[in-house]
Design a protein around this ligand. Structure first.
Ligand code: HEC
Ligand code: HEC
Length: 383
């Protein structure tokens, strides 16, 4: 985990709340005003921000995700390019260079790759401000990609088909029928953030697709929710209504029958050998639909259980990845559930460990409804 990045977010917001919003991928200019006046139709970046030159014509809500992509690609914090509290200023040289680089990247793709975004900031920068142009001689044996470790002449191991693996996963967690007998779920446990700080956390789910997770932090509650149609995030004084792209992933998270619906979510699935996760061999099943970023599922070769999910949020400059690792699977009312999951992005990670679970109990629909901006602002912080 990049402690510096995490410290940066903390410094910027003064609390963990913004760090979590940053990790959730929804930290932005947006907020109270937007929530109060929504929906006003998509705005262009140059209409909402003061000094947009290279990113003209992209949706305003894509500016911050694009910036997160740039920061992750170069391994820097926002302040590497920006004057604090004045993002529009061009006082720092790297910002001016970065603008040229955005134009360069777009030209490379336009001139060489038929406008497909093949080359991104990360292609050259690989997490550093200074791209390396000369091959490096290392002390280690050259690394081979998974699947290439076979000796010459050895046949490529036969892989199961995706359908079989997705069926095995569904069966491993109890099967479709058992899954659909669950109509609500309440999970209580502990959130652990970088540095090992712990906070109480609760997750409420209701069929078919409502979900709210509440983290009780020092400065107040950080909430991530999907009400069946619209996703939102809130911290005291601030509500962020999710963009269309954010809604899609929030919807997936909220789907109580995700494992049963998986096959219908993507038009094509492929299978590859996956990496070892926590000592478990995996298959990587990738779901694809034309024009959408893929979904990667790492399924335990033996148990069939889902150990890792990686999804991507599209930005005009590149894709921001989110990785969720699932572990500590236990039986709960006929279904097998992960009691522990870790959500990681290039900017940081946090873990939730469930300690108590209830299913098929009444959950009030009001829990999933976004608070009005004013109420969020006046809500006292509950430690
Ligand atoms: C490597 C340099 C670089 C980094 C790092 C960077 N930015 Fe930017 N940022 C830019 C450039 C260049 C622009 C102007 C883009 C344009 O001209 O269209 C910009 C524009 C912006 C704007 C619009 C400001 C305005 O009103 O015109 C915001 C807001 C912003 N960045 C926020 C961030 C945040 C938040 C981060 C950290 C997650 C960040 N930036 C990281 C280079 C950077
Ligand atoms: C085709 C390769 C390539 C791509 C793509 C690329 N860069 Fe660069 N970038 C470089 C090279 C090479 C340098 C170093 C130039 C030098 O040393 O003078 C550099 C330097 C920079 C610097 C100056 C770093 C410093 O020393 O402070 C910034 C900022 C930067 N790039 C941002 C970006 C951003 C943002 C993107 C994506 C929009 C991007 N670059 C895409 C190759 C690339």
């Amino acid at each position: 985990m990049n402690e510096n990045r995490a410290r940066f977010w903390l410094g910027m917001c003064g609390t963990l709340l913004c760090l979590l919003l940053a990790i959730a991928g929804a930290w932005g200019q947006s907020s109270t005003q937007r929530a109060a006046t929504a929906p006003a139709g998509p705005k262009f970046a140059e209409e909402e921000f003061k000094n947009i030159q290279a990113l003209k014509g992209i949706p305003a809500e894509q500016v911050i995700p694009s910036m997160q992509f740039i920061a992750a690609s170069l391994g820097v914090e926002c302040e590497y390019c920006h004057v604090a509290h004045a993002n529009e200023k061009d006082d720092k040289k790297p910002k001016v260079t970065a603008r040229k680089m955005i134009n360069m990247m777009m030209a490379i793709n336009k001139d060489n790759f038929e406008g497909h975004r093949e080359v991104t900031c990360y292609s050259c920068h690989r997490g550093s401000t200074e791209p390396v142009g000369t091959p490096v001689i290392t002390d280690e044996e050259p690394r081979r990609a998974a699947g290439e470790e076979k000796k010459p002449g050895e046949a490529k191991p036969a892989l199961p088909v995706a359908e079989e693996l997705l069926d095995k996963y569904l069966a491993a967690i109890g099967g479709s029928e058992a899954l659909q007998r669950i109509t609500s779920r309440v999970q209580k446990g502990t959130l652990t953030v970088f540095g090992g700080q712990h906070f109480p956390a609760e997750v409420y789910s209701k069929a078919p697709d409502k979900r709210v997770s509440i983290m009780h932090l020092q400065g107040g509650d950080s909430v991530t929710a999907f009400d069946g149609k619209q996703g939102w995030l809130s911290v005291p004084g601030r509500v962020h209504m999710m963009s269309a792209a954010e809604n899609d992933t929030a919807h997936m998270d909220a789907d109580l029958y995700f494992a049963a619906h998986l096959k219908t979510l993507y038009s094509k699935f492929s299978v590859d050998p996956g990496e070892k996760i926590d000592g478990h061999e995996t298959y990587l099943v990738a779901g694809r639909t034309l024009g959408q970023p893929p979904l990667r599922l790492y399924l335990d070769k033996e148990s069939g259980l889902l150990l890792r999910l990686i999804r991507y949020a599209e930005t005009p400059l590149g894709r921001n990845p989110t990785q969720i690792d699932y572990s500590d699977y236990r039986d709960a009312h006929g279904v097998k559930l992960p009691f522990r999951w870790t959500i990681a992005r290039p900017g940081g990670r946090f873990t939730i460990q469930v300690e108590q679970i209830q299913q098929n109990v009444a959950v009030d629909d009001a829990k999933f409804v976004a608070p009005p901006p004013s109420a969020a602002a006046s809500k006292p912080s509950t430690p």
